[in-house]
Write a protein that binds this ligand. Structure first.
Ligand code: LLP
Length: 407
């Protein structure tokens, strides 16, 4: 989030971007992604970063991540296939699916991915099928409630994710029965974790279990690092987290004589702030109660405000000298799709360009064709140059696959 967003990004003006690529438009800043990776690396002495691809899956973004020397975390075979096409080697792809069929696990093994299992029945099937011939990891549910919103909290006892830490005996029983090579233990407690003690509790759990698995290579602390969405907003102190985790991890390895690796798989932290959704004002609509700014996008293209009550800063970049007024910014979808309510912005006129910030993570990747709208193009700013990384959807694409049986 940039509190004082200007009229351009890395020297490329929003007006130019809108003219050249049209609106609505997703824009990603490569330098911000690079800086986020760097800040993680400098906070932790040694960290293996696996980018959570679900946050933003564009192939150019994935290849960019690969070129920065990090790995990737995927949740479906399709994401794994995109990652392969983006140049990731199978060994650098962690596959952490949830409630999938065993066939999908077999596909993952056939592709040579690192497999992370998250329920007991599938662990049993894995053991019966592969014995100790193929290694895997285990995703644990730590029984901790944490995260920015209940919809994005995954580590509590009523969540569908992971194998409960209260089922450790059952896990050990299956692992011993088949001599499964458990090479990683993994916990992802939720998205937007700001309380560092949550990570320390995860460390305690993982360290406590590490003795029980003789093939262990790494402990994975998941993603969930929070970035600020507005001035004064909470965030995960990555510097402090890096310091604390590195210290306890180092002490653990030293005391036990183990050489375990510390893994993390952030999504939002790497791409949220790098992304912008550029929209154009269709109408300024005064009602007796509210002044609406209706823009050419909607919840079909950025669902976070409606789905998680997420706050995204919105700036009128066309009228920097305009007087301040209060607006509610809405989309063009045929149901309530408020991007931001009661926002103070420089006077908005028809045709003005607005920029919605922190749109990099779970923006395009959660976009749909609801209302039969075409999804936006995506552009990446690299070395001061705007490069198209996805064309806007076309009408042909929208109809592709549909069968008009009564024509
Ligand atoms: N690892 C696992 C196993 C995950 O399930 C997730 C996210 C991540 C890593 C990355 O979490 P992050 O660092 O991005 O917080 N659509 C929601 C967020 C859903 C997160 C799902 N899992 C949103 O827009 O807030």
């Amino acid at each position: 989030m940039q509190p004082n967003l200007g009229q351009s990004l890395r020297g490329v003006s929003f007006e130019f971007l809108a003219e050249k690529f049209g609106t609505p438009l997703y824009i990603y800043d490569a330098d911000t992604i690079k800086a986020q990776i760097q800040s993680l690396r400098s906070a932790f002495r040694e960290i293996h970063i696996k980018y959570a691809a679900k946050a933003l899956t564009n192939i150019s973004i994935l290849r960019f991540m690969k070129n920065q020397g990090i790995g990737v975390d995927v949740v479906s075979i399709e994401e794994a296939q995109i990652a392969r096409r983006a140049g990731f080697l199978p060994a650098d792809i962690m596959f952490t699916p949830n409630c999938v069929s065993f066939n999908e696990i077999i596909e993952g093994v056939d592709m040579g991915l690192q497999i992370n299992l998250d329920n007991l029945p599938i662990l049993e099937k894995f053991g019966a099928h592969y014995g100790n011939r193929y290694p895997c990891g285990i995703r644990l549910n730590p029984d901790i409630l944490a995260g920015g919103n209940i919809k994005i909290s995954t580590g509590h006892s009523h969540s569908k994710f992971g194998i409960s830490i209260h089922s450790v005996e059952a896990i050990k029983g299956i692992v011993e029965k088949y001599d499964i090579r458990i090479q990683g233990l993994h916990i992802h407690t939720g998205s937007e974790l700001t309380d560092l003690d949550v990570f320390m509790k995860m460390a305690d759990i993982l360290f406590g279990l590490a003795h029980d698995f003789k093939y262990l290579r790494f402990l994975d602390f998941g993603g969930g690092l929070k970035v600020p969405y507005k001035p004064g907003d909470s965030q995960t102190s990555v510097q402090e987290l890096g310091k604390r985790l590195t210290e306890t991890f180092g002490a653990f390895n030293q005391q036990t004589g183990k050489q375990l690796e510390l893994w993390m798989e952030p999504g939002k932290f790497l791409v949220s702030d790098a992304g912008y959704l550029l929209v154009r004002t269709n109408v300024v609509k005064e009602t007796p109660k509210v002044t609406f700014v209706g823009v050419d996008s909607g919840l079909n293209q950025l669902i976070r405000p409606m789905m998680y009550d997420a706050y995204h800063m919105i700036t009128n970049v066309s009228n920097p000298a305009g007087s301040k007024k209060i607006y509610t910014v809405v989309g063009n979808v045929c149901e309530t799709d408020t991007f931001g309510a009661d926002r103070e912005m420089n006077e908005v006129r028809e045709g003005d360009l607005l920029v919605i910030q922190n749109a990099g993570a779970y923006g395009y990747s959660m976009a749909s064709n609801y209302n039969s709208r075409l999804r936006p193009a995506e552009v990446m700013i690299v070395d001061g140059e705007a490069r198209l990384i996805r064309h806007r959807d076309t009408m042909d694409q929208l109809l592709a696959g549909q069968v008009d049986i009564f024509s």
